[in-house]
Design a protein around this ligand. Structure first.
Ligand code: PLP
Length: 372
């Protein structure tokens, strides 16, 4: 699905030098590379403050911890995503309320969010899935009208933009807090775990920083119960090399997506990714829908040809044993359930040659022509 080794080889000299410099400095915890990276990401995103942390799941947890919520407060999030968002909500004693998605973009539907708002709702937590931002204009409008916080999960979409208040803004900078992950396969990946919160609000930034440092503003003086969540200095050293490449990495993903599109758009039983108006898609994943119950058959046929594919995600969050007791019977999550039965993600990474995407695209077209 990805070729991390090839990307490493492209940047080997710079990355090796940065890693060795860190090793020799012996400043393994909170070394200067961490602040250098926070400053560089802050400038890339045009945001007030970036707080690096240990991973994307922690970033979401820290963002929620910074808001001073009460047990039982409700956080509305998407039913169709990676587990991290629902998990941290539940771990903090808050209640995840699952909302449905738009069937074409797979992102949370602001209208469905609004009808699930109750007197206990405090936060909307959209996930910008597969590389494309959710409809932030509509989400912010609902949040503003109901006095809610918005935490954006940008783990899969760093570098994507979204039109808001007359200009294209970086995903994650529109709501109150953006949370991202530097897991190796993300748009900006390090060589292990890493993450960050970012915000335009200095007071929120101070609370997030405190939460990530055991609840302390200075060592051994603990104002609140926090956690230990730091971006490793070695990971920051890698990220400092890679951040200047992020826009190029995104263009490379977009080029691969265009090749897939050109082949697959002709296949009636396949829906290719739809780029919503007023957003840019960074294609962290290239995810198609295979209609008429044929998804698993296509996946098996690709496997037989040595072409990997993955189902992100096979089960919606409200159907997971860990979270099904939070599901409400009142409004079904029809689009999320349908997506789980149709989605298929194809290989996608920065080192992929257009010829490789064309080969995979043609193989899928042939499959449908043969079995029409
Ligand atoms: C949408 C989403 N949110 C959060 C996370 C959590 O990130 P991490 O693995 O860095 O904790 C991921 C990771 O896959 C993700 O895809």
């Amino acid at each position: 699905m990805v070729d991390l080794k090839a990307q490493y080889l492209r940047l080997k000299n710079e990355v090796d030098a940065a890693l060795m410099q860190t090793v020799e400095s012996a400043q393994y915890i909170n070394g200067p590379q961490v602040q250098t990276f926070a400053d560089a990401l802050q400038s890339y995103l045009s945001v007030e403050t970036v707080v690096p942390c240990a991973n994307g799941t922690d970033a979401l947890q820290l963002a929620l911890m910074a808001l001073d919520l009460e047990p039982g407060d409700e956080v509305i999030t998407t039913a169709f995503s990676f587990v991290a968002s629902a998990e941290v909500i539940a771990l903090l004693g808050l209640t995840p309320v699952f909302a449905d998605i738009h069937p074409q973009t797979f992102n949370i539907d602001a209208k469905d969010v609004e009808r699930r708002i109750t007197s206990k709702t405090r936060v909307i937590l959209p996930v910008h899935l597969f590389g494309q931002p959710a409809e932030m204009e509509a989400i912010m409008e609902v949040a503003d009208r109901h006095g809610l916080y918005v935490i954006e999960d940008v783990a899969q979409s760093l570098g994507a933009t979204c039109f808001y208040k007359g200009a294209y803004q970086q995903a994650g900078t529109i709501g109150h807090i953006g949370c991202t992950s530097f897991f190796p396969t993300k748009n900006l990946g390090c060589f292990g775990d890493g993450g960050a919160c970012y915000t335009q609000d200095a007071a929120l930034a101070a609370r997030i920083k405190r939460m990530a440092a055991h609840g302390a503003d200075r060592p051994y003086h603990h104002k609140v119960v926090g956690i230990n969540s730091r971006l490793d200095t070695l990971q920051a050293a890698v990220l400092n090399v890679k951040l200047p490449w992020l826009d190029r990495f995104i263009s490379e993903r977009q080029r691969v997506a265009a090749v897939y599109d050109s082949h697959l758009k002709e296949v009636e039983q396949i829906a290719i990714p739809v780029v919503a108006e007023h957003t840019t898609h960074t294609y962290n994943q290239y995810t198609i829908c295979v209609k008429n119950g044929r998804r698993d058959e296509v996946m098996k046929a690709l496997e037989a040809m040595g072409i990997p594919s993955r189902i992100y995600y096979p089960v919606p969050l409200h159907r997971q044993p860990a979270f099904c007791h939070y599901a409400s019977a009142a409004w079904p999550l029809t689009n999320a359930e349908k997506a789980c039965s149709e989605v298929l993600s194809l290989p996608m990474h920065t080192e992929m040659k257009p010829g490789e995407a064309a080969y995979i695209g043609r193989a899928i077209v042939d499959l449908f022509e043969k079995n029409a």
